[in-house]
Design a protein around this ligand. Structure first.
Ligand SMILES: [Fe+2]
Ligand SMILES: [Fe+2]
Length: 247
């Protein structure tokens, strides 16, 4: 599979979440609000189109990661993949990042005042993300499992449950937008994660962690918004049970 310069950016990012790292690295907007091709974006935002195309195609063609295209997997497999590759690793990143944010703000906050705001955002982000992953793991994923099993059996026996998958999905996507705004704010405050001269080891580690957090969260969001959720809604629409009790 080769990505072409005429391909639409958000479609590339949604089909191949792994490419988000390239878009972030080059400051390329990949949100679905912007329905533009790589070529159009390169003229507008002035990046080297050939370099970006090569990086994207290298990632897609040579990376062994399974998350390159999960669209053909079941809802259960995609949920499991998200839990193992995003929810669990991101959870592990949260505590050390919060510790670093507090430490660096305390030591350098007087000379770099943006560090205080960064610390506040990280303190907001940590419980928000933990709750978000809890809700997905404890509420959404079991519902997706039930939906997949019902679909596989081609029956509408779940009608008695009287729920629609669209409701938790709507809430999760609302939360994606909320923490997405905060990630953007972090990127602005850190000047695209460019370290100031003489930044200490903790400062460097904080920026590295935040950048990793952003990349993983954006890949996670794309995978859910553009692969998992649409697939679940399509599956539900094909069953009759949601029509009986949509609320
Ligand atoms: Fe998730
Ligand atoms: Fe999510």
């Amino acid at each position: 599979m080769n990505i072409k310069k005429t391909d639409i950016i958000w479609e590339i990012a949604s089909k191949y979440p792994i490419t988000v790292s390239v878009f972030l690295k080059h400051g390329i907007e990949f949100c679905c609000k912007w329905n533009i091709s790589l070529e159009e974006s390169s003229k507008r935002d002035n990046f080297n189109l050939d370099v970006v195309l090569e990086e994207i195609n290298t990632l897609i063609n040579f990376n062994n990661s399974e998350d390159i295209d999960l669209s053909s997997k079941s809802l259960i497999e995609i949920s499991e993949y998200i839990k193992n590759n995003f929810h669990n690793p991101i959870r592990e990143l949260l505590y050390p990042t919060e510790v670093l944010a507090k430490k660096v703000a305390m030591v350098h906050g007087s000379s770099h005042t943006e560090l205080v705001k960064i610390k506040e955002i990280v303190e907001w982000l940590v419980p928000v993300l933990e709750m978000h992953f809890d809700k997905e793991g404890q509420i959404l994923h079991p519902m997706l499992k039930e939906l997949q099993e019902s679909y596989d059996k081609s029956n509408d026996s779940l009608s008695l449950h009287c729920w629609s998958i669209k409701n938790p999905i709507r809430q999760m996507e609302f939360e994606h937008d909320n923490y997405g705004d905060m990630l953007l704010e972090l990127r602005n405050l850190t000047n695209n994660y460019i370290l100031p001269d003489g930044a200490c080891r903790s400062y460097q580690a904080l920026y590295a962690n935040l950048q990793k957090l952003e990349e993983d969260l954006m890949r996670h969001t794309n995978l859910e918004n553009f692969v998992l959720h649409p697939k679940a809604i399509e599956m539900e629409n094909k069953l009759s049970w949601n029509n009986k009790c949509d609320f």
